[in-house]
Design a protein around this ligand. Structure first.
Ligand SMILES: *Cc1c(COP(=O)(O)O)cnc(C)c1O
Ligand SMILES: [Zn+2]
Length: 392
């Protein structure tokens, strides 16, 4: 196993504390001489231990193994949705955290540290608790969905709130770890070990579908997950497990779309958003730290970045909930919104995989129109039921 710089390709010995190339500052990627992508016995992402970094103690809450659901609504199309909301804390972050927190133990850390829009905090706090570590979470004040914040508090995280967006919170983490090493282990998605856990989504989906899908549509915030999933599919293809590589489509929210804007305008660098704004808080990120790997994933795969409006996201969330029975948080509905937007450009006979990153309960603050009738008496209640029954 080696660490390779994603920019200058210099290689380094594995080191749990190395996150940037000493030569050029680029982020790092885990490279293996030889992997076996077949699952073994056991639970969680560690079923794929022969394609993951070896660790002293495999921390797990049984993450992964999430439902792959074929959608009913898209006609004459094979659209599958990987429901990552079924992970132990309700998002795909658990796949990464299982590995990152195991590495933190090997690194001798006493606590994990993460900036978060919400789900990383829920996951880091739970997995740290499991491993007997403390968790320190940096959050954008007043901007974290209720369910996520509650989980972080429940699992005993120490919380630091900053004014501003996620990007400011992440800057605090990065500047802290530049000065301090040994005690507090960072588990944001610049941590290449965490991304190893997240790549297992590709392993599972390929096994369930019998091959790689033709298209994978992923919501993009800090841009780690799309990179991790692409890495997984590449490894499967290189190992001869799958016959093809998917086209990767990254979906951003219009008000936080540095990569989609870059693509639309043909820029050479992301169009940074200083004040990212969207109802999809999990992807409310203006400066995605993994932009280079995500860009490479999209380019290598022949895909693209697109953006969708908040209205499209909320409409997609509603359709998934009311026509498919699948409850996801707003960010996780972005791929479905993206699919509707791209529909004509995707050949009819292709297999499409939507990554539904997090559970609906994460964000109960979303306004949904519902009819609620207040019945004062039982007779009233029966009257209302009868009235509704006539209309079904
Ligand atoms: C973290 C998260 C994302 C964004 O993933 P990145 O790796 O930051 O691009 C999307 N949806 C949900 C629900 C998330 O928790
Ligand atoms: Zn480098």
């Amino acid at each position: 196993m080696r660490l390779q710089c994603i920019s200058c390709r210099a290689e380094y010995e594995p080191d749990p504390w190395l996150f940037r190339c000493p030569r050029c500052g680029g982020l790092l990627e885990v490279m293996y001489e030889d992997i076996d992508p077949a699952p073994t016995q056991g639970h969680g992402v560690w079923r794929f231990r022969n394609a993951l970094p070896p660790v002293g103690r495999m921390i797990s809450l049984g993450e992964g193994n999430t439902p792959l659901i074929k959608l009913e609504v898209p006609r004459r199309r094979d659209v599958y949705l990987k429901f990552e909301g079924a992970n132990p804390t309700g998002s795909f972050k658990d796949r990464g955290m299982a590995v990152a927190v195991s590495i933190a133990l090997d690194a001798g850390a006493k606590a994990v540290l993460a900036a978060s829009t919400g789900n990383t905090s829920s996951s880091a706090a739970a997995y740290a608790a499991r491993a007997g570590l403390r968790s320190i979470i940096v959050l954008p004040r007043g901007r974290v969905a209720k369910g996520k914040l509650f989980q972080a508090m429940l699992h005993g995280a120490s919380i630091v709130e900053v004014e501003g967006s996620f990007d400011e919170a992440l800057r605090a983490v990065i500047e802290y770890i530049e000065g301090e090493k040994g005690l507090v282990y960072p588990v944001n998605s610049f941590n290449q070990w965490r991304l190893e856990g997240q790549k297992t989504l590709a392993y599972e989906a390929a096994a369930e579908l019998g091959d790689a899908p033709d298209y994978v549509i992923v919501p993009v915030g800090n841009a780690g997950n799309i990179s991790a999933i692409w890495k997984g599919f590449k490894e499967l293809y290189q190992a001869g497990v799958t016959s093809k590589l998917p086209v990767m489509i990254g979906v951003q929210a219009r008000g936080a779309s540095p990569l989609a804007t870059m693509t639309e305008r043909g820029l050479r660098e992301p169009a940074w958003f200083d004040k990212p704004e969207t109802v999809a808080t999990a992807i409310r990120i203006g400066r995605p730290i993994n932009w280079q790997r995500a860009l490479e994933a999209v380019r290598e795969s022949g895909g693209t970045f697109i953006s969708v409006s908040d209205d499209e996201i909320l409409e997609a969330q509603k359709t998934l909930a009311r026509k498919e029975g699948i409850g996801v948080e707003p960010a996780s509905a972005a791929p479905y919104a993206g699919l509707l937007r791209l529909d004509a450009k995707i050949p009819k006979d292709s297999t499409i995989l939507l990554v539904a990153t997090g559970h609906a309960l994460k964000d109960p603050g979303i306004r949904v129109e519902t009819e609620i009738q207040l019945a004062v008496t039982i007779t009233d209640a029966i009257k209302f039921i009868k009235k509704i029954a006539i209309s079904v």
